[in-house]
Design a protein around this ligand. Structure first.
Ligand code: 13P
Length: 255
């Protein structure tokens, strides 16, 4: 029996207009209703679909996340969206430091740390992503990279803030490639992250933190991944874009 309630979130990335979001969310609201009390579920649409999502999901327990949040509070930062704006829209979570933002937008651990702190300070719950590339894994650097990203991205969080933060372990080589980490490979890194949490905060806090796995999670592998001791949920890309597939993934994960 898992000590922690599973948390599965769909990261839609740069997919779905507002009207496309409305269609899938209407479907999800009904298809996911049998599961909703058994685990925490969130979807993370593009900024432009968030208002529609808030309206459609009203009365359901499916929560909303953004895919990013500004490190700044307000002001002359063209193109940025603040934590306060997101909260005001009805958003609960914010994905921070996704590997695609690290890779294509040069986000560093220091910036990810600033964004994480801004989210927490404002009342948003961050989902902080860390993960190694294939090159790093093949060179035996996985532990070093995870340790460095963990320390840099989560630097200075109090125990209370750490418990509110979800960590998503997303090996970059498994994202969008169809190559899932094996359950053993994923569990090994999740156990390392739990150990880093224990070293920094003690076991009571460490045991409360949700650590999601992300990277080609699908209905066929969600059960075996979620059965691992330190895997407490999933951050799902491609398989969250279809209501039937996402529902099957969730149904399998909790059984
Ligand atoms: P895929 O599930 O498409 O591999 O994407 C994973 C991911 O990046 C979720 O944030």
């Amino acid at each position: 029996m898992k000590k922690r309630k599973l948390f599965i979130a769909g990261n839609w990335k740069m997919n779905k207009t507002s009207s496309e979001a409305e269609k899938i969310l209407v479907e999800l609201k009904s298809k996911l209703s049998p599961y909703i009390g058994k685990l925490n579920i969130a979807v993370c649409p593009a900024f432009t679909a968030l208002e529609t999502a808030v309206r459609v999901l009203h009365g359901s327990n499916i929560k909303l996340g953004s895919q990013d949040v500004s490190a700044k509070e307000s002001g002359a930062y063209t193109g940025e969206v603040s934590a306060k704006m997101l909260l005001d829209t009805g958003v609960t979570y914010a994905i921070v430091g996704h590997s695609e933002r690290r890779q294509y937008h040069n986000e560093t651990d220091a910036l990810v740390n600033e964004k994480t702190k801004m989210a927490l300070k404002s009342g948003l719950l961050p989902i902080v992503c860390i993960g190694e590339t294939l090159h790093e894994r093949e060179n035996g650097k996985t532990y070093d990279i995870i340790t460095t990203q963990f320390r840099g991205s989560l630097n200075g969080l109090t125990s209370e803030e750490m418990i509110k933060t979800t960590i998503a372990y997303e090996p970059v080589w498994a994202i969008g490639t169809g190559k899932t980490a094996s359950k053993e490979q994923a569990q090994e890194v999740h156990a390392l992250i739990r150990k880093l949490l224990t070293d920094a905060y003690g076991s009571e806090t460490a045991e409360k933190v949700i650590i999601q796995y992300g990277g080609s999670v699908k209905p066929e592998n969600s059960a075996e991944l979620m059965a691992q001791q330190d895997i407490d949920g999933a951050l799902v890309g491609g398989a969250s874009l279809d209501s039937e597939v996402f529902t099957n993934l969730i149904a399998n994960a909790i059984n």
